[in-house]
Design a binder for this molecule. Structure first.
Ligand code: UDP
Ligand code: MG
Length: 319
């Protein structure tokens, strides 16, 4: 393949200590790509593995000219490893997939057809896998995942589809927009949803891992959830505004009550003035915190440096 020519499809997979699954992954992805028309590439990103993952990747690259192996300096985490792979891949369409085969690569032909517009809705920008069932995952993992997706839905303004991971096929237009977002704390499925365009689901059953274990222990899951919420919502920052209004109302009621008590002369000396001052001050403080939160939220939004608008097509006018 010519260096300047784009492959029709890139498969991008981050790998962290995946020596147990890599051979099977490459075999299955290779078979799927063999069955598709056009050229293809596989970009594997070694996210600072300490097992034989990197050696396997380089061997695969030597064996199969479609494979590109990328090694990061250290472990950067799933989302950044994926971003590294996405920035290097050259395909017209890009399949994002985990190396553990929980998401079957055999769905790629269906995803390609959907992207071509097999559902009659015209060409799609994104075909995302939506999980109907999750096999081989603990009740705890399924429960926390369900709660997580619903919470995200409540808190954020973008519609991030429920029960989707990063398993999806995206086109070059969406990928370029995604890579144009410089934010450090990346919640890629949310960012793709935010980009918009025509995004269609492909429902599937999520399998158990082929080998190895989940690299998302509870602590990482929590951090991921926090990235998702703070990346797409400034509501928590503004919460003090709501608390402030309530506190201010309560404070004012206290103020009236203590003044009345003082007028009716059934209080201890000093009580009324103290209570009135505390109530009012607490309310004012929370309100001002809310105001600061509102500005900070705007500053934060600005600092994310996302594009102001994203043009999908321009037709006519000599352009
Ligand atoms: N992964 C990675 N870096 C990490 C953690 C995970 O590149 O620090 C990769 C991992 O090898 C896998 C994908 O991200 O290909 C998803 O991880 P995992 O399967 O452990 O997550 P789960 O499916 O349990 O949510
Ligand atoms: Mg997995």
């Amino acid at each position: 393949m010519d260096k300047t020519e784009r492959p029709a499809i890139s498969v991008v997979a981050p790998c962290f200590n995946e020596e147990g699954v890599l051979p099977e992954f490459l075999r299955r992805v290779g078979a799927v790509l063999d069955g598709l028309p056009g050229t293809a590439e596989i970009v594997l990103v070694d996210d600072g593995s300490s097992d034989g993952t990197w050696r396997m990747m380089t061997e695969a690259a030597a064996r199969d000219s479609r494979v590109t192996a990328v090694r990061l300096m250290r472990n950067h985490g799933h989302q950044l490893a994926l971003t590294a792979g996405l920035s290097i891949c050259r395909g017209e369409r890009i399949l994002i997939i985990d190396a553990d085969l929980q998401d079957p690569p055999e769905l790629l032909p269906d995803m390609m057809a959907l992207m071509d517009g097999a559902d009659g809705g015209g060409e799609a920008d994104v075909v995302y896998g939506q999980r109907r069932r999750r096999e081989g995952e603990s009740l705890f993992k399924r429960g926390t995942a369900a709660a997580f997706y619903r919470l995200i839905d409540r808190l954020t303004e973008v519609e991030i589809p429920c029960d989707t991971g990063d398993f999806r096929l995206i086109n070059r237009r969406v990928l370029d927009l995604l890579l144009a977002m410089p934010e450090r704390h990346r919640f890629i499925r949310g960012m793709v949803a935010w980009i918009g365009g025509r995004q269609v689901p492909l429902v599937y059953d999520r399998k158990a891992r082929v080998a190895g274990e989940s690299k998302y222990p509870l602590k990482r899951m929590l951090r991921f959830a926090i990235d998702a919420i703070t990346g797409f919502s400034v509501l928590p920052l503004m919460a003090s505004m709501t608390i402030g209004w309530i506190m201010a109302a309560v404070g004012f009621a206290f103020f009236v009550y203590s003044i009345l008590g003082w007028l009716l002369d059934d209080t201890m000396p000093g009580w009324a003035s103290l209570m009135a001052a505390i109530g009012l001050l607490a309310g004012m403080q929370f309100l001002m915190l809310g105001v600061i939160g509102a500005y900070l939220g705007r500053l934060y939004d600005q600092s994310k440096g996302r594009p102001l608008f994203m043009i999908r097509d321009i037709v006519g006018g000599g352009r």
